[in-house]
Design a protein around this ligand. Structure first.
Ligand code: MN
Ligand code: MN
Length: 276
């Protein structure tokens, strides 16, 4: 859908934040379709009122930069995204990426440099290589760890881990269920060494009852309110955000895309609060 922008987008010169869409699902292992997510999320962004009153009606001045071009190799997609957001990040603008599969996280993390990465995900995504590429969605936290260091990554909501996976600190969804999300996010924020925190949301971190439209649905997940609590707790430390792995072909009700759009707005509101 050409010309579709996230609702409320302003001219680039006026923006504090940028949104980039990455319609890429080339390494998806189970059921592809997340390439349709950037535009689906944009479409559902029109569902919401412009301001979020619980954040104090802060300004949300962002510019939607559109989507990356089509490429076969994840490295090429990431180069394109890097090219799109390099100047905005250098100019101090807050980057938001709408995936696409989870591999889209890396460019913003590389460009922001001095950040820790907290992921919400059912999976650790810590393989060194998967199905012939080091840039698979299943390797993204390992690649982030390569960039920011192993003591600056943390995953919340994990409940599906394979034997080949590397050592990334995490808290399972079961522990979060027992002890609460507040304690989990405090542990994650204490664990990472850096002050500024990039949050990446793999939508399958949320329970499929709330977010069924995803490539690899995993039962026993977090609630949307848990994830809202994570963003609120990171709050003043939030350096960037992405939402990934929404799969519109499995989202006939549109509610998973709506949830993704709402989390983009939450990140924008927190950035607006931090600026005001
Ligand atoms: Mn996942
Ligand atoms: Mn993931």
């Amino acid at each position: 859908m050409p010309g579709l922008e996230f609702a409320g987008s302003v001219a680039y010169e006026e923006c504090d934040a940028v949104i980039a869409g990455v319609p890429f699902d080339g390494t998806s292992s189970f059921r592809p379709g997340s390439r349709e997510a950037p535009n689906a999320v944009r479409r559902y962004s029109y569902n919401f009122e412009p301001n979020l009153f619980e954040h104090g009606n802060v300004p949300m001045r962002f510019s939607d930069l559109g989507n990356t071009d089509d490429f076969l190799r994840p490295e090429d997609v990431m180069d394109d995204l890097r090219f799109m957001i390099r100047d905005p990040v250098r100019e101090g603008r807050f980057p938001i990426t709408i995936g696409g599969e989870h591999s889209v996280t890396l460019p913003a993390v590389e460009l922001l440099k001095d950040v820790a990465v907290i992921s919400v995900d059912a999976h650790l995504d810590s393989r060194d290589e998967f199905m012939g590429t080091r840039y698979s969605h299943a390797c993204i936290m390992r690649r982030c760890s390569d960039v920011v260091g192993p003591d600056n990554v943390f995953v919340l909501g994990v409940r599906s881990v394979s034997d080949e996976e590397g050592d990334i600190p995490y808290i399972s969804s079961y522990e979060i269920m027992e002890k609460g999300i507040g304690r989990a996010i405090d542990t994650a924020l204490d664990s990472v060494r850096r002050e500024r925190v990039y949050v990446t949301l793999d939508i399958d971190g949320i329970d499929p009852a709330y977010a069924p439209g995803t490539g690899t649905p995993e039962p026993f997940g977090l609630t949307p309110m848990d994830v809202k609590a994570v963003l609120n707790a990171v709050g003043p430390r939030l350096a960037g955000f992405d939402v990934t792995e929404i799969c519109p072909p499995y989202d006939p009700s549109g509610t998973t895309s709506a949830l993704g759009a709402r989390f983009v707005k939450e990140a924008l509101a927190i950035n607006g609060r931090n600026l005001s």
